[in-house]
Design a protein around this ligand. Structure first.
Ligand code: SAH
Length: 281
């Protein structure tokens, strides 16, 4: 127990390999005395944490781990709680806030919170197969351990009907295999069987693999806990072994930039916010 204010860093370390973690993430880990996380993720950064205290536990002990991290940081330690990808995307960040709420923590009190973003599996996996996320997309986790299955089905149905590119997290595990089969049925009701599908496993880790297939055939391949499934929209196409979702420009413009007949050319807007930064859209 120290007298000073502790620090709780909630850190996303990216998909795996260190070059895909941000420098801010690596620095937050280096600046901490206590590292908390799943065994697998601790292993990914083990060379960074020599000599540090580590609390690693299995997947099912999340609440205890979040509580331990919060309490130690409140009492003055510098703690990093790590998730793969981004800690706020199906990661530990939300749970940490729930623990903070439960203990009555207020802004300005110990611990100071530092949230460090990470590259999520969706970005990492997309980069291995082309540009599948070039237009509106969504993420749906097929894990029904914490979410009732009817809620997941409703979201699959809505996303499929609205023609989003769909990233399926937690598609299957050893015991949980029927959800991905049902997901395929639902999406197939709204999209052709030839819709491109990518299965990316262990992106930027040792056993990385990527398979490009389609909606009718993707269940013929191995899908597990370390796989992310990317299902194309009705606009997604295959090109030279890449999966591409266009932004739609070629529907409206010719390649030299002129508007096609019947199309109104867009105007450039400059939006500015109070801080004076501007973004061209
Ligand atoms: N916080 C993480 C997601 C954790 S949920 C993130 O932002 O990426 C766990 C699921 O993420 C896995 O079941 C898998 O679908 C996906 N995933 C995580 N890391 C991955 C990787 N390196 N390659 C492929 N999929 C991955």
């Amino acid at each position: 127990m120290g007298d000073g204010k502790g620090v709780l860093s909630i850190v996303g370390i990216g998909p795996g390999a260190e070059e895909h973690a941000s420098r801010a993430a690596l620095e937050a880990i280096a600046a901490s005395d206590l590292i908390v996380g799943y065994t697998t993720y601790i292993r990914l950064v083990k060379h960074l944490i020599e000599g540090k205290e580590v609390i690693k536990t299995g997947m099912t002990e999340e609440i205890g781990r979040a509580r331990a991290a919060v309490e130690r940081a409140r009492d003055g330690a510098r703690v990093a709680i790590i998730s793969s990808g981004d800690a706020g995307v199906y990661g530990m960040a939300g749970l940490v806030f729930q623990v903070l709420e439960e203990i009555g923590w207020k802004r300005g009190e110990s611990p100071e919170l530092r949230l460090v973003p990470g590259m999520t599996a969706l970005n990492a996996c997309a980069s291995l197969v082309g540009a599948p996320l070039g237009h509106d997309f969504c993420a749906i986790s097929l894990s029904d351990l914490l979410t009732p299955w009817p809620v997941i089905e409703r979201r699959l149905e809505a996303a499929a009907a609205a023609d989003f590119v769909i990233g399926l997290y937690n598609p299957a595990s050893g015991r949980r295999t029927r959800q991905i089969v049902r997901a395929q049925e639902i999406i197939r009701q709204h999209r052709a069987g030839t819709t491109p599908v990518a299965l990316v496993k262990s992106a930027y880790r040792k056993l990385e693999s990527a398979v490009l297939t389609d909606l009718d055939h993707f269940l013929d391949y191995e899908i597990g806990m370390l796989t992310t499934v990317l299902v194309g929209s009705t606009n997604t196409f295959m090109f030279e072994g890449y999966m591409v979702t266009p932004r739609g420009y070629t529907n409206k413009y010719t390649w030299d930039g002129a508007a096609l007949p019947g199309q109104t050319p867009g105007r450039s807007l400059v939006l500015s916010d109070e801080s004076g930064t501007a973004e061209e859209v």
